[in-house]
Design a protein around this ligand. Structure first.
Ligand code: CA
Length: 226
């Protein structure tokens, strides 16, 4: 297990490194947000233990940038501030768990194991078609490694098509999949979402075909030249 510790408090950082090395982890230490950001951009880790209060770019910003990247690295956030707002902000940005300082090393290790385990499950929910990667659990999409922003409805349509890739689905099926309980969406809105998805995902070479008078299907075969 390859772990990155991001901690500017030298005594705490060194202590964590020693403890986790003895526990059998391969550990690296970054002492600033910038250093952490560079390492996360170029190295593969099974987990990042991330202090929030850092000089320069803080832990929130490091996490925000990490979540823009295709590869999902589980993140355990450390905060000295016992503030609900901080914890909520960290979780909103995509932290998997948090620990409030001071914490016991045994508790840290137990949380690490849980987060790593969940991270492995997340990786299994990724579907890849050529240049398109869709993470069903995280509701995220990448084209050629670049995150693509979708609205909730666009995501709903894409998820429905991806989970039935290669099969024809009707507009009615799509509408009922993306409608709220008390909404009555017009069938024509499906065309709008499909057209937006084609624009956003087009560079991936993945095609959403129309079957006139019936519906659509997502073609699993990709055109590499696209
Ligand atoms: Ca700190």
């Amino acid at each position: 297990m390859h772990v990155l510790i991001v901690e500017d408090d030298k005594a705490l950082g060194d202590g964590l490194v020693r403890y986790l090395q003895q526990a059998g982890y391969r550990v690296e230490l970054a002492t600033s947000g910038r250093e952490a950001d560079l390492l996360l951009a170029h190295e593969e880790y099974d987990l990042v233990i991330l202090d929030i209060g850092l000089p320069g770019i803080d832990g929130f910003e490091v996490l925000r940038r990490a979540r823009q990247r295709e590869r999902y690295v589980p993140a355990l956030v450390l905060t000295a501030r016992d503030s609900v707002a901080d914890r909520v902000h960290g979780l909103d940005l995509g932290a998997d768990d948090y620990l409030i300082k001071p914490f016991s090393l045994m508790e840290l290790e137990a949380r690490m194991r849980a987060v790593i385990r969940r991270g492995q499950q997340t990786a299994e929910t990724q579907i890849v078609y050529g240049q398109l990667t869709v993470d069903i659990a995280a509701k995220r999409v990448w084209v050629a490694g670049n995150a693509v922003r979708l609205t909730a409805r666009e995501w709903g349509v894409l998820e429905f098509l991806v989970l039935r890739a290669g099969k024809i689905v009707s507009k009615e099926q799509i509408v009922s999949a993306i409608s709220g309980a008390d909404e009555d969406l017009n069938l024509n809105v499906v065309e709008v979402y499909i057209s937006r998805l084609r624009n956003k995902l087009g560079p991936a070479g993945v095609k959403i075909h129309s079957i006139r008078g019936f519906g659509y299907y997502l073609d699993k075969t990709t055109d590499d030249a696209a």
